[in-house]
Design a protein around this ligand. Structure first.
Ligand code: SAM
Length: 267
């Protein structure tokens, strides 16, 4: 008998995975190792939770829907040690959850708040080993886009500056109940080690990226006129007549760091 009686809630982005082979594929991709601290965001009715729990023996889940808490806890009996955090994931302190170690995040994310969840996880990425997320395919395409692509933009640069973005596989609507209106995809994110990437002033970097993409058709000289001069662009080998969509992630970082250094020398 199923422990879960409530119908899916639209306002919480509940699209429950039903396709066994996709679930297996996700668990296989996560490939839990004995000491891993795995944290699932939005376990729902446990489609990914219980196969992971069976394989790994213990799991922490963060679920906002109070109607799912008792059924999840009951259904976990005899399978493994399930720690349920009944909270809005955006209010969960991942650093605290990770303690001395690192957590591995997994989740078929509620699409209505998937971008805030991504950025919340990235803010804590020094305590995150990796992330496996199901998202709208269109979002995954933007996250992984390369310079020159039509969908290369602010999300691509902000994410790739902090993480390796690895799209894994696509998931069609019929694999969920109820089916979402759009295609989905699973993506793996691995935070870059600090020695690999150094953003000296995060706020300045964010402002440069935001302004650069604020009007895609503008040249960098015009789009970044509030942030820097053409000479400052040229000082880091960026042609002022380029557009943001042509600039690789590392050049955005180099520019922001150079602007930060010149600001520091003025002060
Ligand atoms: N993991 C399940 C599956 O694959 O079938 C459910 C995925 S469903 C797309 C998203 C889940 O996130 C739902 O269980 C929903 O209640 C939960 N959720 C929505 N908003 C949340 C929030 N702010 N914090 C934590 N969980 C949330």
């Amino acid at each position: 008998m199923s422990h879960f009686k409530e119908p899916p809630k639209k306002n919480l982005g509940q699209h429950f995975l039903t396709d066994k082979s996709i679930i297996e594929h996700i668990v296989h991709s996560v490939d839990p190792k004995p000491d891993d601290h795995i944290v699932e965001i939005g376990p729902g009715q446990g489609a990914i939770t219980f196969p992971l729990l069976k394989r790994h023996g213990k799991l922490t889940v963060i679920e906002f829907d109070r109607d799912l808490i008792t059924p999840l806890s009951e259904a976990a009996h005899g399978i493994g040690e399930l720690t349920i955090v009944h909270k809005d994931v955006l209010k969960v302190d991942f650093d605290k959850l990770a303690g001395e170690g690192k957590i591995r995040l997994v989740g078929n994310l509620p699409y209505n708040i998937s971008t805030p969840i991504l950025f919340h996880a990235l803010e804590h990425c020094t305590h995150v080993q990796d992330m496996h997320f199901m998202l709208q395919k269109e979002v995954v395409d933007r996250m992984a886009a390369e310079p020159g692509s039509k969908v290369y933009g602010r999300l691509s640069v902000m994410l790739q500056a902090i993480c390796h973005v690895i799209p894994l596989f696509d998931v069609p609507p019929h694999c969920f109940n109820p089916p979402p209106k759009v295609n989905s995809a699973v993506v793996k994110l691995i935070p870059r080690p600090t020695e690999e990437i150094q953003i000296d002033n995060k706020a300045l970097f964010e402002a440069v990226v935001r302004d650069a993409f604020s009007q895609r058709r503008k040249t960098l000289r015009n789009a970044l006129s509030k942030q820097c001069t053409s000479e400052q662009l040229q000082a880091v080998d960026i042609k002022p007549e380029l557009r943001a969509e042509q600039l690789p992630v590392r050049k955005f970082i180099q520019l922001a760091n150079s602007l930060n250094a010149s600001k520091a020398s003025i002060v």
